[in-house]
Design a protein around this ligand. Sequence first.
Ligand code: ADP
Ligand code: MG
Length: 238
Amino acid sequence: MAGLSLRNVKKSFGEVAVVHGVDLEIADREFVVFVGPSGCGKSTLLRMIAGLEDITAGEIAIDGRVVNELDPKDRDIAMVFQDYALYPHMTVFENMAFSLRYRGIDRQEIRRRVDEAAHILDIEPYIARMPRQLSGGQRQRVAMGRAIVRDPKVFLFDEPLSNLDAKLRVQMRTEIKRLRERVATTTIYVTHDQVEAMTLADRIVILNHGRIEQIGTPEDVYDRPASTFVAGFIGAPP
Ligand code: ADP
Ligand code: MG
């Protein structure tokens, strides 16, 4: 069980308020997609949930336990970034094993988890390579593998496919769908790609200027936009 709740979560940088009191309940195993214009606060929200950014006010809870004061490493959350952020001097195997080693997990178990993730993501042939020897799509798979091996309570994805070309993006979208079926973990996934949002989401959250404009299933949002902003944003060409 790993539900995630945000209660009146706010963020200001100095005098500037960028998140204005977000309330959101995400169910265990639910896959929620955040969409919204650039600068509306999507990354800031993820970073606050992950603990990479302090919150100005409000409460973030995982499984009913408030995590506001917890270090990122104690939150049991894995985040995948747009730029992959792989360790350049480690092999693919070491990239995936690293966070398990410093958690004190034994070698056999590390091997088992890395092999399983490599299998799911189809990166077994590259396990001994360095990140610079991989294509963009392969690097992104390693970044996902690094998140999966930890078996976290919550996954956060911040535009993970936006550096890939259109063809690879379509392929990776299918991979993420498959992954979602095999590893059903509570997820927030940020994207600016509406097809991605439509095909992956249980529910879509539409953000605008640090506020939620609408929350609903893809059908709700596309068939019954709640505001002219949502209608304009959803209808706009990419
Ligand atoms: P999104 O991911 O939706 O594009 P962000 O969460 O990155 O938006 O940014 C939301 C707003 O907060 C933007 O106006 C951005 O300029 C501002 N912001 C983000 N990080 C910082 C920071 N470290 N210092 C000051 N302003 C920031
Ligand atoms: Mg962002």
